[in-house]
Design a protein around this ligand. Sequence first.
Ligand code: AMP
Ligand code: ZN
Length: 466
Amino acid sequence: MIKLFNTLSLKEDFFKPISDNTVGLYTCGPTVYLFAHIGNLRTYLFEDLLKRMLIYNGFEVNHVMNITDVGHLSSNADVGEDKMELSAKNQDMNAWKMAEFYTGAFMKDLERLNIIKPDNIPKATDHIAEQIEMIEKLEKNGYTYQLEDGIYFDVSKFAEYGKLSRQKMDEKQAGARVEVNLGKRNPADFALWKFTASGVKRQMEWDNPWGRRGFPGWHIECSAMSTKYLGQPFDIHCGGIDHIPVHHENEIAQSEAASGKNLANYWLHGEFMLVDGRRMGKSEGNAFLLEDLIKRGFDPLAYRYLCLNTHYRIQLNFTWESLAGAQKALDRLREHLNVFSQSVNRDSKSANSEYKKTFTDAINNDLNMPLALGNLWKLIKDENVANEDKYFTLLDFDRILGLDLSKKNEPLVNIPAEVNELVSKREIARSEKNYKLADEFRTKISESGYEIEDSSDGPKIKKIIA
Ligand code: AMP
Ligand code: ZN
């Protein structure tokens, strides 16, 4: 029986990489049919925290993140349109150009959030041959069958199907039944390869050994590319929590049925970002982009702070007020560091050992970042620790936090936290149609030296130049 872990602790030898010091990490990347929203970015921030924690502990990390640029259907039941083709049609764009555009936008978001770039960022469309090869292996091993619209994986042939979510097969089957493709042998069976529907001309389609031109199913790309770049098994596999019951179960089934080997030893999943108690989602119509936050004058790293402050396995409800609070905390941290830096007059750059131990223990115990941040604020207030010790300790912690703490006097956006907070309060008043209160906030904002210009993208804030 293969062992699966859903949390990660570096304590008491819980974590053992396959090869001594290098950790193979695979994180499921974006589907590049629209901009990533801040909910998606929460997942990439959690994965960055994990990676930084490993590096901080002296491991080398070989990180692979895929780009899904074909085959992700609008339904998990292998019906519906390919999100890429549909979005290209809706935006009157060439699907290939669209993929390039949204991949570029995504990489820019990662950079603005100080997310360390993965070592390898393979695209599904560059790995069609590898995906076909894996499907052929599955065919040879007796796990597939062909229907009119594609090649399918028969989950009843894979005895361990469902082991990650620990769902019983009949529960899974019932869940999948809603949108079932009538020809499937089992409702949880999934497409490995889809044929282009007759009479349709897709922008992205390929010749294949089975019949009409077509395209790979979504799950097979991760199996083919993780094996190619990390081998099998590899150490850690991550994604958002929604990937557990379908995408990751299917990756496990394909990879393990093809090779007879375990796919990955540790599985970690980030919880959702919510808005008003509902999952933030592109199709829910409640998603904000990082760009929206920036337009309202927030530093992208304030969003990073906000995410760090909630454990990755706990849901986080986004509000403009909590973001303003995070911006304020970040500004204060940078101000403190700036003050501490003025006391530095020695070469030794070591961190305070007591605080470092508490901080490390917290992050090494399943990334308990809220506890680690509590420890950091305690250090700032501790009168028994010298300022220069505080300075070097905070810089050391920033290797994990990634908050650019030493950037103090040049935040990316120069709008003070108090003004951001007033802008958020004004937005809330406006959304409640309390225009009198909204105007009072506008007056306070202009008294602080800033003016607001409302636009269809939300308020834009500018410094008043006398
Ligand atoms: P997608 O581009 O739709 O494939 O999603 C990219 C990543 O974002 C996946 O790992 C999802 O699990 C994750 N994700 C989607 N919605 C949310 C959300 N509201 N909060 C956090 N992560 C999310
Ligand atoms: Zn994946």
